[in-house]
Design a protein around this ligand. Structure first.
Ligand SMILES: [Mg+2]
Length: 90
């Protein structure tokens, strides 16, 4: 994560509080969930999907700071990508 973004996220967490940012994350995930479901039912909503994906990415970055697990997430991601790489190449 870029240092400038990290500092902004940190300020947001201090300003709004960890609890509120966790609730906000759940809200943003729900909004993306809805857009993806709408799309699966035929909606032409790539603009909305794109916006909600951006919201979710922003909240995921803040969650990593709140839970102090940037490294853990990175390690799980690498592990899972490696597993996927193996499966895809089978
Ligand atoms: Mg949103």
């Amino acid at each position: 994560m870029k240092q400038i973004d990290y500092e902004l996220y940190k300020k947001a967490i201090i300003k709004y509080g960890s609890y509120n940012q966790i609730i906000k994350s759940v809200e943003e995930l729900t909004e993306l969930n809805k857009e993806l479901l709408d799309n699966s039912f035929g909606a032409d909503n790539i603009e909305h999907i794109s916006e909600e994906m951006a919201d979710v990415e922003i909240m995921l970055e803040q969650l990593k700071i709140i839970y102090n697990n940037i490294k853990k997430v990175k390690n799980y991601k690498q592990e899972k990508l490696e597993r996927l790489r193996v499966r895809i190449n089978e």
